[in-house]
Design a binder for this molecule. Structure first.
Ligand SMILES: [Zn+2]
Length: 382
């Protein structure tokens, strides 16, 4: 639900109050993306709330009904281009008022998320600045007019924001390691002369899975590489794996389980399911899609060959399953699980600069070899 900002006061949303009484507010936090800021309220039950906007100064107010704040703090400063501060307190007995102080007028989108695994019931308020959104789009559109012989690679650091991904024993998070490796990979690719790399996210915030490959389309990408870190029950399991999209079933049960796990990212990271019409993710099966998947498999195979030189690999070929993040119809895409965070030794090496650099260099080399194979050279600057 996206609501145009306007002057005055409008009561927007009323949810059915929970019959069992008070919900506790457990936490309030924020995630800043380049064009919007997400505020997440953790609750012990479903939210019953009013939301309205006020001007002079611009602010968004959320009144949580039948609520009790279990928070020691009363505010936090954000100071990003969208929100300056978030503050809260008991407005009337049983009503917790949360106020978002805006930098400029903005659009508000609000939705609830049901309890999911270790995540409690959540109220999510996204504040968008359409002028900043336009700037991001313009930045990406520049590369749509790329010169002949220049390749674009979009690298997707898996997870982010509300969705930490896999967790290591010492607390390392998949979302942090994927971003660190993705940045090294981007920088390594950008040292090549006729290839340019971009990231789907540069910081710690969540991007819905479908939005990730759409960003690649906005860049007019030739390749899309999603970086992930695996985890399993067996602490000894280690090594890299490469996955590609499958139009039918999974090539192995393990690939299906992993795809289900990775696809649940939207439920953890927070996607307003009401705004996703059914079937929007269904793939247009055609010649182009088949060719795209075949090219993805070629890249996947080359990537495994390169990773094998610096790391152990678990399968000699890429495995295939219905990964939502790989569904770009016309961009060859792979998902690389660079190692196992559940293995204590691997958690250490995955966090270390030399190993991250080795992995990034191996994937970079595989992109250059892929472009060479499909009919062009990538000239190295060094
Ligand atoms: Zn992952």
């Amino acid at each position: 639900m996206k609501i145009k900002n306007f002057i005055g006061l409008v009561i927007l949303v009323l949810f059915v109050p929970p019959a069992w009484g008070t919900v506790n507010v457990l936490d309030i936090r924020s995630w800043s993306a380049p064009e919007y800021t997400r505020i997440v309220v953790d609750l012990t039950g479903p939210a019953y709330y009013d939301l309205f906007e006020l001007s002079e100064p611009n602010r968004v107010v959320i009144d949580l009904k039948e609520a009790n704040p279990l928070l020691s703090k009363k505010e936090f400063i954000i100071n990003d281009p969208v929100i300056s501060r978030v503050r809260w307190g008991c407005f009337t007995p049983g009503t917790v008022r949360v106020v978002l102080d805006l930098v400029k007028p903005a659009e508000t989108k609000v939705f609830t998320l049901k309890k999911f695994y270790d995540k409690p019931d959540r109220l999510v308020i996204d504040i968008f600045r359409s002028d900043l959104e336009k700037k991001e789009e313009e930045k990406r559109a520049v590369f749509q007019k790329k010169s002949r012989g220049t390749y674009i690679v979009v690298i997707d650091p898996g997870h982010g924001g509300e969705d930490p991904g896999a967790l290591g024993k010492t607390g390392r998070k998949e979302k942090t390691i994927t971003l660190e490796i993705a940045k090294k990979l981007r920088d390594a690719i950008n040292r090549e002369r006729n290839v340019k790399a971009f990231l789907t996210r540069e910081n710690d915030y969540f991007i819905p899975l479908r939005r990730r490959w759409k960003i690649a389309k906005e860049y007019n990408a030739d390749l899309f590489i999603s970086i992930h870190v695996n985890a399993g029950f067996n602490q000894n399991k280690r090594g890299a794996e490469v996955y590609c999209l499958s139009l039918g079933g999974a090539s192995q049960e393990a690939a299906r389980i992993l795809a289900d796990q990775e696809n649940s990212s939207d439920l953890i990271g927070g996607v307003d399911l009401a705004s996703c019409p059914d079937g929007v993710d269904s793939i247009l099966v055609g010649m182009e899609q088949t060719r795209t998947i075949n090219d993805g498999l070629i890249l996947g195979k080359i990537t495994l060959e390169e990773l094998k030189k610096v790391h152990s690999i678990n399968f000699p070929e890429p495995l295939q399953a219905g990964f939502a993040v790989l569904k770009a119809p016309d961009i060859p895409s792979v998902l690389v699980e660079v190692g196992y965070l559940s293995n204590p030794q691997e958690e250490k090496s995955l966090s270390a600069y030399p190993f991250q650099t080795k992995i990034a260099e191996a994937i970079k080399t595989s992109t250059a070899l892929f472009f060479k194979k499909i009919g062009g050279e990538v000239a190295s600057v060094n």
